[in-house]
Design a binder for this molecule. Sequence first.
Ligand code: URA
Length: 251
Amino acid sequence: MPVWRKWFSSNVAAQKTLERVISKAGLGSRTQARSWIHARRVKVNGKIVENPDHWVDFDRDRVEFDGKPLEVSEKVYLLLHKPTGYITTFKDPEGRPTVYDLLQGVETFLSPVGRLDLDTSGLLILTNDTQLAERMTNPDHHVPKTYLVACEKPVSDDDISSLRRGVVLNDGPTRPAIVSRKGADRVEMVITEGRNRQVRRMLEAVGNKVITLTRVKIGQLEIGDLPVGRWRALTPRELEKLAAGNQRHRN
Ligand code: URA
């Protein structure tokens, strides 16, 4: 059995759309996959397929890209210290810088594990291991993310108590946060959800405003002294910790 088929059979449900198959093989984003399919670069069982939503059955179908059988690239795991002013999507219609502009020398297509806002800096994991990414971003897995938060106004003890209990946002109540004071207007917050602009909205819910936000830790993985704008590969030890932590948060 070809290596890519073996991988797919053991890792994902047997049927997927062609667009997902291409993107999950680590060749590019789903948007890129669609454009390649429309550009007639993809064949299924020897025939060009132009429909990105075409269903592919891994046990039966043979997929080729530019005439070569689809191969699964080696798993790559990076840690990037994202600066503010960069978005975490692959392409921005407004032409703003993206985190991909910072990945010089990385040849495999990687996806960010969760997102950081344009105005948030800090730890971002990028990988082509879609299973790990899915596990880490699954809200049921409660993976803790640690942020350093500088606020516009002093954060009162009452505000800290409210954040610790969890606050009500327009998309529902949050889980309790672990909050430690780091100064009159600074806190460290650990949250186990990944809702849109969650930390900012939680601070707004207690009448404050976030001025700077930096993610310093995901599970046991820390940003350490990696300079802003730089990336490095995760060490085997860090990967082990990530996988073990993920297992632990699920239980
Ligand atoms: N919470 C936010 O408000 N923004 C982020 O980027 C991450 C968490």
